[in-house]
Design a protein around this ligand. Structure first.
Ligand code: PLP
Length: 431
């Protein structure tokens, strides 16, 4: 193992800090939770990224999920290039928008109509406005540790970035906003029943990550999502599945297909943009048609449905639709998950391993992780040591305990084996 030299990244970070708050354009990119300084990336190809000092890493962040095909996938680059030549934005409809909408609707049966936006945050923000406009109610129920973007009313007990930075909520959010958001523990159906029995008639929507992926990976307990469906139906509450991370990730049709539960609205992002800034929200036509211009709930975007971003999304979904993609992902991810678990067990390091398809997590705790409270029991110092050891061995994990490991179709058996080997070495050194 050679010493990792990252001088150019360190210099670039110092320079960035002069102009950009904290040197990064999104807090989770900073290495705060694990110590050290972020790497500056020069290029990516397949499952690997190369930093500006010339070090290569097997990448399990995959731009925080979008790059399920790996970096610079030929089909995506080709379609993006061809689209780019014809112009970058028109602020008028293009056929590409309908094509991507159609692909999404075909993949996710609960989505009858879909509106494109520019980020996952915009998608959840708009979906909530729509749910409130449709129901004429104000209250929103969310779950501790679920992250739905940095929307004012949702940045309450919001997982990952907020968790590792120790910001339970953020300054700048009026108390009045927070008052309209109720947070409950994830995976506790009785808590939902109880609140809805008391306040169901005031509640516009329940928003949930059907597989929580922003407090590490926490799968839903059997029957939990079905339970949410029953309660929301009973009280006339709009059920929103935030599938920004899980859509086209845990299955082509998202978590709702995997668990056979149809929400009223679904928010999407990440994978559907193929590495470009895209979000979307969709669902029952009756609700979606409340949006302007067909209805009165206002929502708009200068660059929404941007042709270049649509092209990347279409190329990505078409590739994913191919035979056996998810089987391959499942096999690779299973092998990785089991290998990581064995590496910890053999070294006697207490861990809890979770996985749904190609999203997985190693929590440094010996207790089962089922919600935010149990996720927070993890030893983040141990994770930091693990992260650093892996990085030195050319494995790029998320710089936070409370994030997922993402496997792409560009990861091969060889890289999975190299990762397990690295983990075996690193776990032995964890105190
Ligand atoms: C990433 C994420 C978001 C926010 O998406 P951005 O594009 O970062 O605004 C929202 N919800 C979930 C579940 C996410 O994982």
């Amino acid at each position: 193992m050679k010493q990792l030299v990252t001088k150019k990244s360190h210099d670039a970070f110092a320079e960035a800090c002069k102009y950009i708050p904290g040197g990064v354009n999104s807090p989770v990119r900073a290495f705060g939770p694990v110590g050290g300084k972020p790497l500056f990336i020069a290029s990516g190809s397949g499952c690997k990224i190369t930093d500006i000092d010339g070090n290569s890493y097997i990448d399990y962040v995959c731009s925080w999920g979008p790059l399920i095909l790996g970096h610079a996938h030929a089909a995506v680059i080709e379609k993006v290039n061809a689209t780019l030549q014809k112009g970058t934005s028109f602020g008028a409809p293009t056929i590409l928008e309908t094509q991507l909408a159609k692909l999404i609707k075909e993949a996710i049966p609960s989505v009858e109509k879909v509106r494109m936006v520019n980020s996952g945050t915009e998608a959840t923000m708009s979906a909530i406005r729509l749910a409130r406009g449709y129901t004429k109610r104000n209250l929103v129920i969310k779950f501790d540790g679920c992250y739905h973007g940095h929307v004012d009313g949702l940045l309450i007990q919001a997982g990952s970035g907020a968790t590792t930075l120790g910001i339970p909520t953020s300054p700048g959010i009026p108390q009045d906003y927070a008052r309209n958001t109720l947070t409950l523990p994830f995976n506790d159906i009785d808590a939902v029943k109880d609140v809805c029995n008391r306040r169901g008639s005031e509640t516009a929507c329940i928003i949930v990550e059907p597989v929580a992926g922003n407090m590490g990976v926490v799968p839903p307990k059997p029957g939990y999502l079905q339970g949410l469906r029953e309660i929301t139906r009973k009280h006339g509450i709009v059920l929103i599945f935030d599938e920004v991370m899980t859509g086209f990730r845990v299955a082509y049709g998202g978590a709702q297909t995997l668990y056979s539960v149809a929400p009223d609205l679904t928010t999407l992002g990440k994978i559907i943009g193929g590495g470009f800034p895209v979000g979307a929200f969709g669902g029952r036509a009756e609700i979606m048609d409340c949006l302007a211009p067909s209805g009165s709930v206002y929502q708009a975007g200068t660059l929404s449905g941007n042709p270049v971003a649509m092209a990347a999304g279409i190329a990505t979904l078409e590739k994913l639709k191919g035979k056996d993609t998810y089987k391959t992902l499942e096999n690779l991810s299973k092998k990785l998950g089991e290998g990581l678990e064995t590496s910890a067990r053999n070294a006697g390091v207490p861990t809890c391993h979770t996985r749904v398809g190609s999203m997985l997590c190693t929590f440094f705790t010996d207790k089962p992780v089922t919600d935010y409270a149990t996720a927070k029991k993890s030893d983040t110092q141990r994770y930091a040591a693990y992260f650093r050891g892996m990085l030195e061995r050319g494995i790029y994990l998320a710089p936070s305990q409370f994030e997922a490991v993402f496997v792409s179709i560009a990861h091969g058996e060889k890289e999975i084996e190299a990762t397990i080997k690295a983990s075996t070495e690193v776990m032995k050194g964890i105190k």
